[in-house]
Design a protein around this ligand. Structure first.
Ligand code: 13P
Ligand code: SF4
Length: 314
């Protein structure tokens, strides 16, 4: 670790103590962000944990919708996010006005939304789900319920397949999870007999069909810890490898590379939005107490019931 990073870490720790601030980080953030975090988790665990901590300031190192969810759940706390531009391609694939129009076309349907959505979309939603609890929650809905599920089409198809439902699916996707290369995965499997393939349900169906375990980031991490297998192929954002390697230093993790489309996109499997969280930005946001996450009162009041319903049903 360079001197600058060490200085930032020391400053962040002492400021956090002085200001009674707690730092949360998603598994996809940079290793140095995960190292300074008080809590690391998947979307569900971070939301649950936020409601339990005693603090004046919550810093959400993740992406914009995670900060919004935290603010909606903890309206009396100051919620900071190191970079307001840390968005999410999946959340962006479902605009509230488009969902409102779709709902109007299907007035007899209830709406189940993935947590990767804006507060405005959550305000139009009956129940929010994460990749950790989507099956469990959909299983609890009445058998004859007509359901719109959005925005992730891959997750929705997977949940339809494991619940036997026929939910109407929004056509959204995460640009990181939908670009893993099936060809590369098949080659890595062939070159590494006996490995287990672990995939996030935001991946496309052909990748999921080749996987031994499909689950949220937390579920995949827990599987690597309890499995007797020593080598794993990982089809999700590569930030999770840091926590997997930290928890299982004697095991090996092989990331699946993305498809390379000529002239387009990134040749890595990192979420550039998650990587916008840096030590410098965490330090500055703690020092200046900005940027602060603000959610309009009327939006928050409508969105909270769909999030609370999720927490009750998890
Ligand atoms: P988790 O719910 O597994 O944390 O995933 C969130 C996410 O953004 C996946 O791309
Ligand atoms: Fe959004 Fe995909 Fe990044 Fe997750 S990995 S935050 S779904 S863009």
């Amino acid at each position: 670790m360079d001197l600058k990073s060490k200085e930032y870490i020391d400053k962040i720790k002492s400021l956090a103590k002085e200001k009674n601030a707690v730092i949360f980080a998603h598994y996809y953030t940079r290793p140095e962000i995960q190292e300074i975090a008080d809590f690391i988790g998947d979307s569900l665990a971070l939301a649950q944990q936020a409601t339990r901590v005693q603090a004046d300031i919550l810093i959400m190192c993740g992406v914009h919708f995670m900060g919004e969810t935290m603010k909606i759940l903890c309206p009396d706390k100051k919620v900071l996010i190191p970079d307001m531009n840390a968005g999410c391609s999946l959340a962006d694939s479902c605009k509230a006005e488009d969902l409102a129009a779709f709902k109007a076309e299907h007035p007899d349907h209830m709406v189940v939304s993935y947590v990767n959505t804006s507060a405005d979309v959550k305000a139009l939603t009956d129940v929010v789900v994460t990749s950790s609890n989507a099956k469990k929650i959909v299983d609890q809905l009445p058998a004859d319920a007509k359901i719109i599920f959005g925005p992730d089409h891959n997750l929705g198809s997977y949940i339809n397949s494991v619940t036997g439902r026929n939910m109407l699916l929004w056509n959204g996707a995460c640009h990181v999870h939908s670009r893993f290369s099936l060809e590369a995965l098949l080659q890595i499997k062939k070159d590494n007999p006996g490995v287990e393939v672990l995939a996030h349900p935001e991946c496309k169906a052909p990748i999921l069909a080749q996987s031994d375990v499909i689950g949220s980031t937390k579920a995949l991490l827990e599987h690597t810890i309890k499995s007797p297998v020593k080598r794993f192929i990982i089809a999700t954002e590569s930030g999770i490898l840091f926590e997997m390697q930290r928890a299982c230093p004697d095991k090996e993790f092989i990331p699946v590379p993305p498809e390379v489309t000529e002239g387009v996109g990134c040749s890595c499997n990192e979420c550039e939005y998650m990587r916008m969280n840096t030590l410098e930005k965490v330090y500055k946001c703690l020092l200046n107490e900005a940027p602060e996450m603000i959610v309009k009162k009327e939006t928050a009041e409508k969105a909270i019931s769909s999030i609370q319903r999720m927490l009750e049903m998890s």
